[in-house]
Structure formats: C-alpha cells, structure tokens
Ligand binder design. Structure first.
Ligand code: FAD
Length: 382
C-alpha cells in the first residue's frame, strides 16, 4: 500500500494545504494528524468573538468528520506526534509508527509563558486556538475585569474586542508603545488613543510580577508597584514557532523550521508551512503567507515542483476603535518615515532614497488608501 502524505496540524495551514492538494490530486492517501479536536475554524476570528457574540462552537466552521469527507482524508484528532524518523520516512505517535510518503509540518507556534509569582497562575489564559478560547469564554462568564498582558497585534485586538464585549480592560506590557515591532510611533499613538477612547487603560513599561487571589477576584502586582484588581488575565505576550521535534529529528531550525522556497526542510521528503515555518529566512505569522505557501506546496506535492513567491503582505489589524493596516518595510530595507494627517487618521509612509514606497501604516480613515498604496509596495520575496 502507498504510504500517505501526512500533514501534522489542522489549523489554517494544514487544512488549506489539504484543500489545495485535493484540487490537484484526488487519489493519493492523505492523513491529517492533530493534537486538538480537529474542528475547522478561522483563527483571526478568535479576537472578534466578543464583539460578534460568538463562542467557540459559533466560530467552528466544520467538525473533523466533515473535513475528512470533504478532503477524502483520514483526520486523527487529539493525537500528538512525538517524534520523526526521517531516515525511515516514518513518524511516531507514542509507540505507534506511521509511515509517510511526504510529511508536512503545519504544527504552528506555541504561546510564550511568562513566569509569574503568586497563587493564581491558573487564572492566566493564553488564547491561541479554539480550545483555549472555549476555556477563556467559560471562565469569563459573569466576570467584569480583564487584564491583558502584551501590547502586540493580538493583545491590542483582544483589548478592543473585550471592551466591545462589555469588559473593563487594562493592558500591561514592558514596551514604550503598542505594536513596537510593527508600527511607527505616530501610528502606535493613534491606535492607543483609539483604544483609550473605548476605556482601555494602558500600563506601558512594567511587567506583571505577581498574581494572587483576593476575595472573589485577583490582585495583579506590576513591577513598578502598581496594583490592579481584576478577574481574569489574558496572556498575549508572544508566539514561538514549534521547532523542538524538528530539531530532535535533525532538521535545520532557526526561529522556525527552516525551509527553502519550495517549503522543503533540510530533509527531502519533509516540508513545513504556516506559523512554524521559516521560509527563506522569513517567519511570518499571518494568514496571507500561509495561503500562498499552501498553493505552491500543493503543486510540489502533486509532482510539479513550485517555488513560493511573496508579494506585499499588508496586515489588517482588527482594532475598529482605530482601524489599522500596516505593511512594514521588507527586512533589512531602511527608509525615511513621513507622517501625514492628524488625530486618529494618519498616513505614515516609508520611502527609500529614490522615493520608492517601502512600507506604510494607515490608521483611521486613511486605511481607505491601502489599495492604491499596495500597488506601489515592493514584494517581500520576489
Ligand atoms: C487571536 C489571533 C488573531 C489573529 N488575527 C490575524 C489576522 O487578523 N490576520 C492574519 O493574517 N493573521 C492573524 N493571526 C495569525 C494567524 O491566525 C496564524 O498565522 C494562523 O492561523 C496559523 O495557522 P497554522 O495552521 O500555522 O497554526 P495553528 O492554527 O496554530 O495550527 C497548528 C496545528 O498543529 C497542531 N499540533 C501542534 N503540535 C502538534 C503535535 N506535536 N502533533 C500533532 N499536532 C500538533 C495543533 O493542534 C493545530 O492543529 C491571528 C492569530 C491569533 C492568535
């Protein structure tokens, strides 16, 4: 019997790759293995669930059985890969060996945990998949005050969403501005002002050092001495691509699992895409790159080796209190920043010395200019 193409992970990367592959090849046995419950969902919707009044079941788009049927595949849920044996083209699920023709790692990134003292660590919720979200929604029922850790894209989106959901939101992060790795300070100030307009209170600079139970609630101690009473803590301090099993199998890893433009790891029959993959030096934790990779990799798996190319990859950030679209300059390209507009409506552009647009951040009503500007942006990977 032919060994199957095995995809590890049923997030957007795993399921989209399977879908693209099935458009080209309806016959080769396909096995998807996932540590979670295998429901198909759109992860970006996790940070608009309160505003749209959707719980985890409401965000689920299909059960794994329906996905298996649609993809003519076997979907093994609640099944964690424990090792890879590239020399024998098999992987391990505990004691069980599973052979593969090609193996695709689509196992995502894991949430970074921060060490916090005190007796209430279990009241800190990372939200990086549907099951995390279900746990948080259950714990949040009847609660009022949320403390968010992290001022990155995801922390800001949760702050906006939970405010719209009726929570009192405070946000703590050890940086000077929101989204420091993505945003020019002027655009960051606009987003912060928009969120403050909703009632979000920011504590930028300190970190959470201690969380303890006090009566029916919690007391958060910040490193600058501030005390914040709250009921729940959401951790959005960052994501780290899963690389440990790949490294243990001898595959090359860096920030992510290292792959070339064909999404091939340092071993011939093993590929990677999505949050876990570092594609030609770029580890982009967004949907657009993984969809581009899924289309290219499906071709390669169907016998037509295809290199991926990234065009511009602007990111729409879901902070309706201050709409934001951002496209940072390609890695290693320096330019001059110029800020136009006022209040929440800013057009922040970065040009090189020849006047070519390298990147932008658009806030408020300026987001309407994104389509015209996108046409001028350089490709991230030509
Ligand atoms: C709240 C939030 C909002 C976001 N909003 C946006 C947005 O607006 N726009 C945007 O572009 N991006 C957004 N992103 C990022 C985007 O959602 C991710 O880049 C994308 O969903 C990653 O998909 P993935 O399939 O690579 O990983 P994941 O969805 O994390 O899937 C990983 C899969 O691997 C499985 N797995 C892990 N380890 C094992 C193992 N050992 N064995 C078996 N299975 C395993 C997991 O169970 C899971 O099925 C957001 C992310 C978050 C958290």
């Amino acid at each position: 019997m032919t060994a199957p193409v095995v995809i590890v992970g049923t997030g957007l990367a795993g399921y989209n790759l399977a879908r693209e592959f099935r458009k080209l090849d309806g016959e080769t046995p396909l096995l998807l293995v996932t540590a979670d419950d295998g429901r198909s969902y759109s992860k970006p919707m996790l940070s608009t669930g309160f505003a749209k009044n959707k719980d985890a079941d409401g965000l689920s788009m299909a059960e794994p059985g329906a996905m298996a049927e649609q993809l003519k595949a076997e979907v093994r849920t609640h099944t964690r890969i424990s090792g890879i044996d590239p020399g024998h083209k098999r992987l391990w699920i505990g004691e069980e060996q599973v052979p593969y023709r090609d193996l695709i790692l689509a196992w995502g990134a894991q949430t970074v945990q921060v060490p916090v003292e005190g007796d209430a660590g279990e009241a800190i919720f990372p939200i990086n998949d549907l099951e995390d979200y279900a746990r948080f929604r259950a714990a949040a029922a009847g609660k009022q005050r949320v403390l968010i850790l992290g001022a990155g894209l995801i922390g800001c989106e949760f702050a906006n969403d939970m405010s719209l959901g009726g929570f009192e939101v405070e946000l703590v992060a050890p940086c000077e501005q929101v989204m420091p790795t993505l945003l020019h300070p002027a655009a960051a100030a606009a987003v912060q002002a928009g969120l403050e307009g909703l009632g979000v209170r920011f504590h930028l600079g300190p970190v959470l050092t201690r969380l303890e139970r006090v009566g029916n609630g919690l007391q958060a101690h910040l490193s600058d001495g501030t005390l914040i009473p709250c009921d729940l803590v959401v951790s959005a301090v960052g994501l780290r691509p899963r690389i440990d099993l790949a490294a243990a199998a001898g595959l090359q890893v860096n920030r992510g699992v290292v792959v070339d433009r064909q999404l091939r790891t340092s071993h011939d029959n093993i590929f990677a895409l999505g949050d876990c993959a570092e594609v030609d030096g770029l580890n982009l934790l967004y949907v657009m790159p993984l969809m581009t990779c899924a289309r290219a990799l499906a071709q390669t798996l169907a016998g037509n080796p295809t290199a991926v190319a990234y065009g511009p990859m602007p990111v729409t950030v879901k902070t309706p209190a201050c709409p934001l679209v951002v496209s940072p300059p390609p890695h290693g390209r320096e330019g001059n920043w110029h800020v136009e507009g006022q209040g929440l409506d800013l057009k922040v552009l970065c040009h090189d010395t020849d006047g070519n647009l390298l990147g932008y951040a658009l806030t408020g009503s300026a987001v309407m200019e994104k389509l015209a500007l996108n046409r001028q942006l350089p490709a991230l990977m030509a």
